[in-house]
Unconditional design. Structure first.
Length: 215
């Protein structure tokens, strides 16, 4: 026999074609899934942004986009005219917003709401303003003092006597024909006395308070 040959080299197994293609497909599927999730997330973020833009497109003071109060509305819209607007003093859902008359005619901004507005919203309006006022039209011979019930209390307060200085009462001139005059009650919002919830009864007739204004 001849001389021994070189040592045998290890046999390197060749990759199986099916296994190679399977792993290749699997890696591509993983990459495609990652792309899909990224695109899906991008689409969802775009949809949310569009919804937010739709909400903010409404004009401030509208039913869909109420202002916190007339003062805030005036800050954003300096040329706004006096009129009816929607406000939401508690800045919650627009569903509990209230229709309000905003008076921009003077240097002060008045937020005037109906006397039967929800107590919670009145509370927030008190916090946001310094003064609250309320008017009532009465016969000229009805000059007080008046025993009235604040919206925030079960007790009554007497307004118009010399001992009462918490609420200021101003009596307007008597109308010559109707024999009626306007009585205004005003107080610091911190007192919580206004608005009054009840009517004033005079000579067997009930007289109701008008809207309450905050400024």
């Amino acid at each position: 026999p001849g001389p021994p040959g070189p040592p045998a080299k290890g046999i390197v197994p060749q990759p199986d074609d099916h296994q190679f293609f399977a792993s290749e497909i699997e890696s591509r599927v993983v990459i495609n899934l990652e792309d899909y999730h990224e695109k899906l997330m991008f689409m969802e973020l775009n949809a949310i942004e569009e919804q937010l833009n739709t909400i903010s497109e409404g004009e401030l003071g509208s039913e869909d986009r109420p202002a916190r109060g007339c003062y805030d509305l005036k800050l954003e819209m300096p040329h706004a005219k006096s009129g009816m607007y929607y406000i939401d003093p508690n800045l919650g859902s627009p569903l509990d917003s209230i229709k309000t008359y905003c008076n921009f005619a003077s240097s002060l901004t008045y937020t005037c709401v109906q006397n039967d507005t929800a107590t919670s919203q009145l509370g927030y309006l008190n916090l946001l303003h310094k003064t609250v006022s309320q008017k009532i039209t009465l016969p000229c011979d009805a000059n007080g003092p008046f025993s009235l019930q604040p919206y925030s209390s079960d007790g009554q307060v007497t307004i118009g006597d010399r001992q009462s200085n918490v609420v200021k009462m101003t009596t307007g001139p008597c109308h010559m024909i109707s024999k009626m005059h306007t009585v205004e009650f005003a107080a610091d919002s911190e007192t919580g006395n206004l608005p009054f919830t009840n009517t004033i009864r005079h000579n067997q007739q009930d007289f109701h308070f008008t809207d309450v204004c905050f400024y």
